[in-house]
Design a protein around this ligand. Structure first.
Ligand code: AP5
Length: 216
């Protein structure tokens, strides 16, 4: 199974990616997580990416395409993968298709999560993530048992720098301008699976499985 997850900031891509990874036993590649890890480690990629991420802008295509290309070449991606956060531009989608075509492969589908804007802002402003294990919570929709403490590993929960109100607005604008055209791109290829992402996490997951014809 070779899948990509599309959707605006806060649509639930990371949440669904984790469930799909476990269900299909395929590696999950999150370009946002890779970049945040590089920022945390203070690498040159991290220093370069931070400026774009803090402004809510996209990291340049060439940088991201190299990262994904390298990751997809790893042995664990041979039998399938799920990418969360890539492609985000038509140029990135075309680069991915070329990478796969060189190995006689193609995507099985692009899953698009649709969520109304007002709901996205609520989700992003209430998101809290564990510094240690990356588990995600929401202060209202999925609160941790103990304030600011991860239920999974006891790590500290934090709010992402780009989840501040003004940065959320910038990310939404970038999404509309750069990423929304991807729907047409994948629809034309007959590979688009649109899902109502405003339902509960489990309902969204079940919809995805049904769309893929893989319902349990
Ligand atoms: P990235 O980390 O990919 O961020 P994003 O696309 O903005 O998406 P988010 O992680 O904010 O949201 P999500 O859709 O994963 O939702 P989540 O599951 O967390 O990218 C960050 C930055 O990195 C970009 O701005 C850019 O600068 C750079 N970057 C990354 N990839 C790039 C690329 N390819 N090219 C260029 N630059 C790139 O859920 C959000 C919240 O809602 C959580 O609290 C969750 O618990 C809650 N929630 C989830 N589902 C539900 C539900 N069904 N009901 C209620 N609450 C829910």
């Amino acid at each position: 199974m070779r899948l990509v997850l599309l959707g605006p900031p806060g649509a639930g891509k990371g949440t669904q990616a984790k469930l799909l990874q476990e269900h299909f036993r395929i590696p999950k590649i999150s370009t946002g997580d890779i970049l945040r890890e590089a920022v945390k480690d203070g690498t040159s990629l991290g220093k370069q990416a931070k400026e774009y991420m803090d402004r809510g802008e996209l990291v340049p295509d060439a940088v991201i395409i190299d990262i994904v290309q390298e990751r997809l070449a790893a042995a664990d991606c041979r039998d399938g993968f799920l990418i969360d956060g890539f492609p985000r531009t038509v140029a990135q989608a075309e680069a991915l298709e070329e990478m796969l075509a060189r190995r006689d492969l193609a995507l099985d589908g692009a899953i698009s999560l649709r969520v109304p804007r007002k709901e996205l802002v609520k989700r992003l402003s209430g998101r809290r993530t564990c510094r240690q294990c990356g588990t995600m919570f929401h202060i209202r929709f999925n609160p941790p048992k103990k304030d600011l403490v991860c239920d999974n590993c006891g790590g500290e929960l934090y709010q992402r720098d780009d989840d501040r109100e003004e940065t959320i607005e910038a990310r939404m604008e970038v999404y509309d301008r750069e990423s929304a055209p991807l729907h047409e791109h994948f629809r034309d290829l007959g590979a688009l699976y649109e899902v109502d992402g405003s339902k509960t996490t489990d309902q969204v997951f079940q919809q995805i499985l049904r769309k893929l014809g893989k319902a349990a």
